[in-house]
Write a protein that binds this ligand. Structure first.
Ligand code: NDP
Length: 333
């Protein structure tokens, strides 16, 4: 039973020195607890923020602690009737091979509806984030033009499809021709712009000359700035994330185009998906219906290499080396 622990707080991009691997006996569950054998770990851009010793929406991971991570697995031993041996479960089990849980933040999942990795993607927090970010924070309505950055990633790919299914015109921004082709050919995006092919301002103006009603921002930086210049009156900017700056060592300059919010009487609001916990069943019902009907493509990129591959796999997010939800297969059977 091996664990990934935070060895050293990274400055800039995490590297090998950030992590250490430890080995412990498989833990026994106490009263009301169960032991889970972790099968898949979720890799999330937010993990980079959890490594910084700063005040945020969750405390930082401590030096020497097992890295915080969402995961899915199977109950291996149990003293909790809600989580019987053999049940498939998801939860905040950490970057390890076996974990003990008292059931807090854990749920039994239905792997007949979708395989384990999908419960870390479309049916997990990325799906919830896309759903509430668009419907609630973005107040998306049919006929809107919706622009999404990080569009071929876990959150963005689901957000774009929800917008399409809701009768919006959807423009995605992603890195590289393969990702862009996937968005338009398989996910139903109306247009895709490759941000690696050059600055996106002109391309955006060409495809949305009248501007956008909702901008769902996953990346921040220059792309956010270009998107601000493309807002329509009463547009909503959904501040979901800003991955382009997560490894920066200096504060990032603010968007010079922010006065577009004033001119267009637009708004920009941030949110944390956990704020919507009491409404997850609503999002879950919508997303699982779309999946069952075949209307929603849930794509995961499953990396192998076990727990040792954690650090390398996490960095793939910052290189744009993933399409869809990035997960790491931990269990080797
Ligand atoms: P993704 O699957 O989208 O993976 C990250 C992607 O970001 C990469 O594949 C890459 O795609 C893109 N990217 C990386 N660096 C840059 C850069 N410098 N400029 C532009 N694009 C870049 O991750 P998630 O879907 O899990 O997360 C997306 C965003 O949502 C993150 O910012 C995350 O922090 C945020 N988030 C927020 C939540 C909330 O509650 N507010 C909850 C969950 C996630 P490409 O090749 O296309 O550039």
């Amino acid at each position: 039973n091996r664990q990934v622990r935070l060895a050293r707080r990274p400055v800039g991009r995490p590297d090998e020195s950030t992590w250490s691997i430890t080995t412990e006996p498989i833990p026994e569950p106490g009263d009301g607890e169960f032991t889970v054998r972790v099968e898949y770990l979720s890799l999330d851009p937010a993990m980079r923020g959890w490594l910084n010793d700063v005040r945020s929406y969750v405390p930082p991971v401590g030096i020497g602690e097992v890295m915080r991570a969402h995961a899915v697995g199977r109950v291996h031993a149990s003293n909790n009737d809600r989580f019987p041996v053999g049940a498939a479960v998801s939860g905040l089990f950490g970057a390890c091979e076996y974990a003990v849980s008292d059931g807090t933040d854990a749920t039994v999942i239905d792997t007949d509806l979708a395989p384990g990795p999908t419960w870390l993607g479309a049916l997990g927090f990325p799906g919830m984030t896309a759903y509430f970010g668009l419907t609630d924070v973005g107040r998306m309505k049919p006929g809107d033009t919706v622009l999404i950055s990080g569009a071929a990633g876990a959150v963005g790919s689901i957000a774009g499809q929800i917008a399409t299914l809701s009768g919006c015109r959807v423009i995605g921004i992603a890195g590289g021709p393969e990702k862009c082709a996937w968005l338009t050919d398989e996910l139903g995006f109306d247009v895709a712009i490759d941000h690696r092919a050059g600055t996106i301002g002109r391309a955006l103006h060409a495809v949305a000359p009248h501007g956008v009603d909702v901008y769902f921002d996953n990346v921040g930086g220059d792309i956010l700035n270009s998107a601000l210049a493309a807002l329509r009156t009463h547009a909503r900017v959904v501040l979901c994330g800003a991955i382009s700056g997560y490894n920066a060592t200096d504060p990032q300059p603010g968007p010079s185009r922010y006065l577009s919010l004033l001119v267009n009487r637009a708004s920009m609001a941030g949110f944390i998906v956990f704020d919507y916990a009491d409404r997850f069943p609503e999002a879950h019902a919508a997303l699982s219906n779309w999946i069952r009907r075949g209307d929603l493509v849930a794509r995961e990129q499953v990396e192998t290499g076990g727990i040792e591959a954690f650090g390398r796999t996490l960095n793939m997010l910052f290189d744009g080396a993933n399409t869809g939800k990035l997960v790491l297969r931990v269990a080797e059977d």
